[in-house]
Design a protein around this ligand. Structure first.
Ligand code: HEM
Length: 370
């Protein structure tokens, strides 16, 4: 067990601005925005620059655990409170691709009723806080220089329709193979490998964030036996063949016709910047040096996970942003810093083109989605 004295204390010298960071970051955001305009022309509807396709929009609850060890009671996790949440499951591509394609899957969580001033000035008095997670422990393009290369590759293919999807897929397939090697995914290297059941996956912040006095990565993993049983489970071929485009929507919806699911949120605290760097999101922090420590339970009751109202609300109205948080949970490192402008740009364009009321989470006046 790690002694709490060995956790690295957060201070403002933990982050290091990279050479040419501003220029590289701007190039990434500009390239994403150009591709996004092409996607707007394709669909005549504005979608997210990334994670455009929703699979489910869930209402749930997040209960911060009682009696947490003192060192882990930080920020949002300081008091054992229960919060309503909205969760959006998505696929990583910035275009609407068939579910049959390999891809990272996203889990965006909006926690409602979080008091205290928030980081983004325009949302400083919002009563929400977001966490954005993906079903892989690291971001392979973990520094902005690498991310720019990948993004430029995507853009150069973007005009060529399907090829654009294939570049994004290729990265996902490589990841799939790594997961397969450790028994966490299908052992296929096909470009059409949908991966295991999304409800059985573990989702990660991939890169670091502040955790009050400390620095951490966050995850959410299956807790109840029914979702644990889906971990690494292949999706039924029959279901895939019946609906290659949208079987993920279907399997989540089928599950929640009657199912109740529980997940656990954990925080992996940094002990040593040499082996757990903040400025390179492609490095996996070793769990034998610092395991994920439970901080909260997430639970979902049976519900309609993809009603037209929910889809429109999640796709067109809502925004999730890693910088929309308490200052105690600010994202850290260059791959996180670039996200500030990226999400703002994507969200503004989407709301403007779809004539929706701004990218402002304050539109989340209630928890009314049906
Ligand atoms: C570091 C790990 C990352 C994680 C865990 C992550 C996760 C996610 C998730 C879950 C979503 C969907 C949010 C939703 O449902 O609305 C999303 C959207 C998005 N991501 Fe990331 N992402 C990461 C890195 C990046 C990077 C490096 C960039 C670009 C520089 C980026 C750009 C975007 C954009 C533009 C959106 C759409 C925002 C909107 O229009 O509302 N992400 N991300």
């Amino acid at each position: 067990m790690t002694d709490f004295n060995s956790y690295l204390l957060y201070n403002n010298t933990i982050e290091t601005i990279q050479p040419d960071e501003q220029e590289i970051s701007q190039k990434i955001v500009d390239s994403m925005a150009r591709v996004n305009r092409l996607m707007y022309e394709k669909y005549r509807h504005a979608i997210r620059d990334a994670h455009s396709k929703s699979h489910a929009i869930l209402k749930g609850e997040l209960q911060v655990y009682e009696n947490l060890p003192v060192h882990i009671t930080q920020g949002l996790f300081s008091i054992p409170k229960k919060y309503p949440i909205i969760v959006r499951f998505s696929t990583a591509q910035g275009s609407i691709v068939p579910d049959k394609m390999s891809a990272f899957r996203g889990m965006a969580i909006k926690i409602i009723g979080v008091e205290g001033e928030k980081l983004l000035p325009e949302l400083s008095d919002a009563l929400t806080q977001d966490f954005l997670l993906v079903n892989y422990p690291i971001i392979p393009t973990g520094i902005i220089k690498e991310y720019l290369k990948m993004q430029e590759g995507l853009e150069s293919q973007a005009n060529r329709g399907e090829l654009f999807q294939k570049v994004a897929q290729k990265a996902a397939v490589e990841v799939q193979n790594v997961l397969a090697a450790v028994g966490l995914a299908d052992d296929t290297n096909e470009l059409s490998a949908p991966g295991p059941h999304v409800l059985g996956d573990t989702y990660f912040s991939m890169a670091a964030l502040r955790f009050g006095d400390y620095v951490a990565k966050i995850n959410v993993k299956p807790l109840s036996e029914n979702v644990k049983a889906l971990s690494g489970k292949k999706i039924d071929n029959e279901i895939i063949e019946e609906d290659e485009n949208a079987f993920l929507t279907r399997i989540i919806s089928d599950f929640f016709q009657t199912g109740i699911a529980e997940y656990e949120m954990g925080a992996q605290l940094c002990t040593d910047l040499e082996i757990m760097p903040v400025e390179d999101g492609s490095v996996q922090w070793p769990e034998d040096k610092s395991p994920y420590q439970p901080v909260a339970r997430i639970s979902f009751q049976p519900q309609q996970t993809f009603s037209p109202e929910r889809r429109v609300y999640a796709d067109d109205v809502l925004s999730f942003n890693p910088f929309h948080c308490l200052p105690e949970h600010r994202p850290l490192g260059n791959i996180m810093r670039v996200r500030k402008l990226a999400y703002e740009t994507s969200s503004k364009f989407r709301h403007h083109m779809n004539a929706q009321p701004g990218s402002n989470q304050k539109v989340l006046k209630s928890y009314r989605i049906k």
